[in-house]
Every structure is written in C-alpha cells, then in structure tokens.
Design a protein around this ligand. Structure first.
Ligand code: DLL
Length: 433
C-alpha cells in the first residue's frame, strides 16, 4: 500500500490548531447555536424553558450539560419541517431517514449549511489520502439517504472527479472500476464485500485494481474487517462516521496515516459522552453514548442529540481535534442474550477469526420455550465445500463465540453465496421473537 499521508500544508489551519484556539471557537459558536435554536424553533424554546435554562446560561463549554437532550422522537413529533430554524424558502436541500422503524425524520440545509458540509466532507476525503484531481467511485446510495449526495458535495469541494454510481448493479460497479481506474471508493463495508465477491466471480484480481483508498461507513465494522478489505484490495481502508440528524457523512473521519479512530470535526460538531442509562456525562476515555450539538448549522440546529451510538472520546493524534473510537454498535442493536450484552460487531470479530468462513453473516433471534436463542447464519468462503467440513467450521465458530463472548449460540453454515448480500447498510439482525 502506498503512503497517502496528506501534506500538512494542505490541511485547514483549524485541523492542527491548538486546543485553546479550538475551544475558543467552540464556545463562540455554541452560544450562537443555542440562541439560534431557542429563538427560532418552538421545540427548543419549550424544552429549554421546562428545564429552566436559557442560552445566556452558557458561560463555559461545561455548561452545555445543563441543557436538555434531543431524541429521535422529538424529530418525529415535529415531522416534517417543525424543527427547521429558518423560513422554508431558505432551505435548499432536505434529506430523510428511511422511516423503516417509524415516522421518517426530515433534515434541512441552507446554502451555507451545504457549504460547511462540503468543507468537512472534503477534509474527510483528504484525510483518506485523496487530492484534487483524483478520481472517486462513489457507491453510497444517492437520494434521501445522506451518503451519496453528502460525499459528492465534499468531492466537488475538494476537486475530485466523481463517478456518481450509487449503490446496486454490482456487475457494473466492477466494470466501472476496471475501466475508469478510480483511486478512491466510498461505500458501506458490507457492500464493499459484495463488490469483492463480484470481482472474484468475474475472475478479476481485486489487488490489481486501481483502488488505493476506501472510505467506509454508515454502519459498524471492525478492525478485522478492515484487514480483510485491505488485504483483498491491497488498499487502505478508513472509517467515516456521520448521521443525517447532525449533518450526514463527514461528522468524523479516520486519518489514513494513523487509522486510530475518527477525528471529530469539532469546529462544527461538539461531542459529549453520556451514560446511556442515567444520562450523566462521563469523562473522556470512558465508554458511553455519543451526543452531538451542532455549532454552525442554520436550517436544522441540533442540541445535545442522543445518537444511540456507543463509543468513547480520545485525544487528537494526526489532527488536534478529539477522536472517537470506532463505534461498537447502537444501544438499540444491543442484544441481551440470557443476561449477556452482545453486539453484532463482536460476532463479526469471531467470524473473521474463524478460517473457512466468508465475512457475510446475519443473526436470527428467536424465543422458543421462553428462552432467547441466537442463530448465526453464515457461509463458507469457497464453493463446493462438503457438509462435513461445513460442520467443523460451524463448530469452530460456536467455540470461539463461547470463549470470547461467553454465550452459547447455534450456527448454520450455508454454501458460498447463500447469505443475502447488502446493497447499502447491511441488515444484521432478524428478530423473530
Ligand atoms: O449513515 C451517514 C453516513 C453515510 C455516514 C455514509 C458514513 C458514510 P444515517 O443514515 O442517518 O446517516 O445513519 C446514521 O449510522 O447513527 C450510526 O448508527 C451509523 N453509522 C454511520 N457511520 C458509522 C460508522 C449515515 N462509521 C447511523 N460506524 C449512525 C458505525 C455508523 N456506525
């Protein structure tokens, strides 16, 4: 793999500013953001008033913890445009969540918001080793989902040549990578695996492709998966995080030179970590739920939004801004199996460490005889593996899960290609309880 470390002189000065400078900017912007939300969004006025706080109570960054949280239900209750803080005619773009688990949530952007999104997203692409003039294959879905258009905006800002292929038609994805020879790819890690399968199906060597860096996010993935993808394509694999309520992709980004967690673009998004049960703030370095407050957003300011994503905050390394560790999972994806907390990423770790199995998997939960049971559905890596061998691989996985997570599960090892392939975010859990 080539060294893609960006030259320091290409970075925005704030990326390598002192902590004092960053915090001075944050407090100034935070005061503006709280006031803007309070004065322009009835929901925030009501929730601040009920809690007995006013934007003028914010004297230091620590005072933010006095302000009330915002949760997904608040956004649903204000569907579609009730949380917008500017007149409708200043909103130049909307995005929305899929709404598969209830009322969709709608977010909006002013012209200035798009400019800022383009700036943080462009920073993220540069952190992955891309430079103006490079070509990017963008396989995140275009549409209401923020992935495709968000990345595209950053790529335009940085000056990349973007191939806006979106998700799906995997055969064509491989064709375009072979013919156009992009340097970078933006895609969910699970869909990257489907593209990898297609390379193999077409008897093309993915390591010989032009790809040098891949920017993977929108779903949790492990360091074991990073190794798998890096080896398969002979390229760097870095993590990108974001959520539509806060902006979209580009809230935080891993740097290609360190790959040690994601630097949060703290000049636009202020992070906190709380205990998900009590809501109390926890110190940097401790695990908990990530909470974000936007510092510059005009159309859709968001105050202390509970992301439900679990991680911890760490000091800066490649950049001055704090890092968040790779997200382990969401509070709502946590499976409690006979008293043990389990995340799909832990199953992924075990699967990747078991030889003979492909990285595609799903988890089926059922409750026969009032006891929760977990069945891990996976498949062999290579075609034409006989049943006896499949049984051995399955047993190995059962043992590994028992040893490392401490739970007893059932495993079904199917033929290669049997597990449903992802075209975007993978569906990991099938809950039949
Ligand atoms: O997934 C935005 C995005 C697009 C991020 C492309 C990165 C790349 P939503 O659809 O609103 O937005 O989903 C947000 O996805 O709260 C996390 O649970 C999860 N998620 C996003 N990025 C990561 C990541 C986009 N790198 C939700 N690791 C978030 C783990 C992630 N989970």
């Amino acid at each position: 793999m080539k060294d893609l470390t960006p030259s320091k002189c290409t970075l925005d000065s704030i990326e390598i500013a002192s902590r004092d400078e960053i915090e001075a900017l944050q407090i100034k912007r935070l005061k503006w953001s709280l006031t803007h939300a309070y004065e322009s969004v009835p929901h925030y006025k009501a929730s601040f008033d009920v809690t007995g706080v006013h934007p003028s109570d914010l004297k230091s960054l620590n005072d933010l913890s006095k302000f009330p949280f915002t949760i997904k239900q608040d956004l649903r209750d204000n569907y579609p445009f009730g949380m917008f803080a500017v007149p409708r005619d200043q909103v130049v773009r909307v995005h929305a969540s899929s709404g598969t688990t209830g009322q969709p949530t709608v977010v909006g952007y002013t012209q200035n918001d798009l400019k800022n999104w383009g700036a943080v997203m462009s920073r993220s692409l540069r952190a992955a080793g891309l430079q103006p003039g490079d070509m990017l294959h963008n396989a995140y879905g275009y549409g209401l989902f923020t992935g495709g258009l968000g990345v595209h905006l950053g790529a335009d800002t940085l000056g990349l040549m973007t191939v806006p292929v979106s998700g799906g038609m995997t055969h064509r994805q491989v064709r375009l990578i072979e013919d156009f020879k992009p340097k970078g790819i933006t895609v969910t890690p699970s869909y990257a695996l489907s593209i990898l399968d297609e390379f193999n199906a077409q008897r093309l060597d993915p390591r010989a492709s032009s790809l040098e860096t891949g920017i993977f996010g929108a779903e949790p993935w492990t360091n074991s998966m990073r190794k798998e993808i890096e080896n398969a394509f002979d390229m760097h694999a870095v993590d990108i995080y974001g959520l539509s309520e806060v902006m979209g992709p580009g809230v935080s980004m891993e740097c290609v030179e360190t790959k040690d967690g994601l630097h949060i673009w703290e000049d636009h998004f202020f992070p906190e970590i709380i205990n998900p049960e009590t809501g109390a703030l926890v110190a940097d370095g401790e695990d908990g739920e990530l909470v974000f407050t936007s510092l510059t957003k005009e159309a859709f300011p968001i105050i202390r939004y509970r992301t439900r994503d679990l991680t911890r905050l760490l000091p800066g390394t490649a950049r001055s801004m704090r890092r968040m560790q790779k997200v382990t999972g969401r509070t709502d994806d946590m499976i409690i199996l006979r008293g043990v907390n389990v995340f799909p990423t832990q199953i992924e770790e075990c699967l990747m460490a078991t030889s003979g199995l492909s990285p595609h998997f799903q988890i089926e939960l059922s409750r026969p005889k009032k006891m929760d049971q977990m069945l891990v559905l996976c498949e062999v890596k290579k075609p034409e593996i006989d049943e006896k061998k499949r049984e051995i691989f399955g047993r190995n996985l059962i043992d590994r899960i028992k040893q490392s997570i401490g739970i007893s599960v059932a495993v079904e090892v199917a033929e290669a290609g049997s597990i449903e392939r992802s075209l975007g975010k993978a569906v990991r859990i099938i809950d039949k309880r």
